[in-house]
Design a protein around this ligand. Structure first.
Ligand code: ME8
Length: 566
């Protein structure tokens, strides 16, 4: 039987990013978070499919191309490789990369439009209203009045000096759009959406976002303009060929076009059946309404099940401001991973920013976390253990008789094995709850305890005692190994083995977040590819590190960094 068919399917996505700029810390944040979950799900036995890609249509892209004096297609073809390069650098393991200019996607958008139209949810009307081109978002008069009141109360502007209204989300000037548009009857879905939220309490995470969406929908939904007629960089609508799809409607459909919805190919049809509904759409809180209101309504209008979950994380803030390229407060993923290493970079964002909440990030804090958790705790533990194995056991994982292990466990205890008991449940729960700091904290508890274990069991003293014992035995002509009681050398072997075994387990659990160093630790322990593991729980059984493996010392995994180096 094909093995993959027996594994439960786990499909997860990131937003497809705009190609008006190159990847930055914000887009990398969502992508790293999704990659970490994808890696965990693969290792935990799921048939995982991880999708990311690019949102290549719309007025914003058309304008960027015009400014660069190239065609929109040339423009997007120039940017796409930059995303691919950055994702490769950051060890992103997406299974597919969808671009909305691909034929497979365009055909699917056209089918969904036709389906929504056939089902009576599309009508034609004139649209007059304000539009934010950078956010590709329409605003109603009510939204703008609310914004003006709020801005006045906070003493902030809601209009530019020339009277042009500003965008409530990003503060940039709005554009007047007056054209014939197709409308989607979003208003028809208010009750259905509220019922869906009620029946699926985990659909919108975290809870604060769920409450926000529920009260937005309760306040009343207006029909949505879903096509544009004044420019043509988009998907042409089959039954209204002078219209192109509103870029958000086009973009959202990527989540099903990429896995074969509406394809003529039977294999693709099977793929869609297996993958949909998606387990989780990762998004930032800025695009929650598109994903939790418009998207499920579109799917309902086309007789397709909504996704299982949308997880909206917070913003990365630098000095209290949303970090973005246009504000000039964006450090690049390339620069940061060069200084802190790719793993150090991934770790910082996953461990130090509670996923879901906004997170203030700074180089100072990044340095602190890197040095404390990675250089001093995890990296140092590995160096000490590999050096010890080299010094006391010629670099070979010591072999201990099971009876001796049992005696020593009774005599000395094994606090590391105790922590590992139930660790899979605790770690997997945190991961499945998309709580990366929680999952990483579980591993850090073991790491801290292992460092303490080295201190308390003082292998250097055990080594001295073993030398004395061996000398004495040689003088007396006795065979230490024949004795019933464990020797000092047995104690040293027991302690060394326990530390190495804890390291094997930690590398396994750190692997989704820190793929490069975990792979390397497994290699140095003489083990196979850590990412070949697809039964995480079985691999967490204490004692799986084979005696006799050759251990390599290697360079420090996370060399300590000084302030002047960042
Ligand atoms: O919205 N902090 O694309 P986009 C955290 N094309 N995350 C951030 C961030 C920050 N400061 N800045 C950006 C679009 N992000 C649409 C999506 S999906 C069908 C279409 C992340 O390039 C976060 O995930 O503007 C946010 O939602 C996304 O980038 C927006 O990316």
């Amino acid at each position: 039987m094909d093995e993959t068919t027996t594994k439960p399917s786990y499909y997860l996505t990131t937003p497809i990013y705009y190609v008006n700029g190159v990847p930055h810390l914000g887009t990398a944040y969502t992508t790293i978070a999704a990659d970490t979950l994808a890696r965990f799900q693969r290792m935990d036995g799921k048939d995982t499919w991880f999708l990311t890609g690019l949102d290549e249509h719309g007025q914003k892209v058309a304008q960027a191309a015009e400014q660069a004096d190239v065609t929109p297609q040339q423009w997007v073809d120039g940017i796409a490789p930059k995303f691919l390069e950055t994702w490769k650098l950051l060890e992103i393991t997406n299974d597919d990369f969808i671009r909305t200019t691909e034929e497979r996607h365009i055909k699917c958008v056209q089918q969904i439009f036709t389906k929504m139209n056939d089902n009576g949810y599309i009508y034609q009307d004139n649209y007059k209203g304000l539009y934010c081109v950078p956010d590709e978002t329409f605003f109603t008069d009510e939204q703008l009045t609310d914004f003006a009141e709020k801005a006045a109360a906070e003493g902030k502007p809601h209009e530019a000096e020339d009277g042009t209204k500003l965008c409530p989300d990003c503060g940039r000037p709005l554009t007047l759009v007056e054209e014939e548009n197709l409308f989607f009857k979003l208003s028809a879905f208010q009750d259905k959406l509220l019922a869906y939220y009620e029946e699926n309490p985990d659909f919108i995470c975290p809870e604060i976002r769920r409450n926000e969406v529920v009260s937005f929908v309760k306040s009343g939904l207006k029909d949505l303009s879903v096509s544009r007629t004044t420019f043509d960089w988009g998907v042409h609508i089959p039954f209204a060929p002078n219209h192109v799809s509103y870029v958000w409607v086009d973009a959202l459909i990527n989540y099903i076009s990429a896995i074969g919805y509406g394809s003529d190919d039977p294999k693709q049809q099977e793929e869609f059946k297996k993958r949909w509904p998606c387990q989780v759409h990762f998004v930032g809180k800025d695009i929650i309404r598109f994903h939790c209101v418009i998207w499920p309504a579109m799917l309902m209008a086309a007789d397709i099940e909504p996704p299982r979950k949308v997880f909206a994380h917070g913003f990365l803030l630098t000095k209290g401001e949303k970090m973005s390229k246009s504000k000039g407060n964006a450090m690049s993923p390339e620069e940061l991973s060069r200084v802190f290493s790719v793993d150090g970079y991934r770790y910082y964002f996953l461990k130090d920013v509670q996923f879901g909440a906004d997170g203030s990030i700074s180089l100072e804090r990044m340095l602190q976390v890197y040095n404390a958790d990675l250089a001093n705790s995890w990296g140092n533990l590995c160096s000490r253990a590999f050096n010890m194995t080299n010094k006391y056991f010629d670099g070979i994982v010591p072999d201990i008789w099971p009876q001796t292990t049992a005696k020593l466990t009774a005599e000395m205890g094994n606090p590391l094995a105790e922590i590992v008991q139930g660790l899979h449940e605790r770690y997997a729960k945190a991961m499945n709850d998309i709580n990366y700091s929680g999952a990483l904290e579980e591993v850090m508890v073991l790491c801290d305890r292992a460092n303490l274990y080295v201190e308390k069991s003082a292998p250097w003293n055990l080594a001295k005692a073993a030398a004395v014992e061996a000398e004495q035995a040689a003088a007396d002509g006795t065979n230490l190994n024949a004795a019933d009681a464990p020797t000092a050398n047995d104690r040293l072997a027991f302690v060394t083995y326990n530390i190495l075994e804890a390291i094997r387990i930690m590398a396994l659990l750190y692997a989704p977040a820190m793929p490069i160093s975990s792979k390397e630790v497994w290699r140095r322990l003489g083990l196979g590819d850590v990412f070949a593991v697809d039964e995480l729980k079985d691999n967490l059984e204490w004692g799986a590190l084979p005696a006799g493996n050759k251990v390599e010392i290697g360079d420090p995994l996370f060399p300590r960094l000084k302030e002047e180096e960042i």
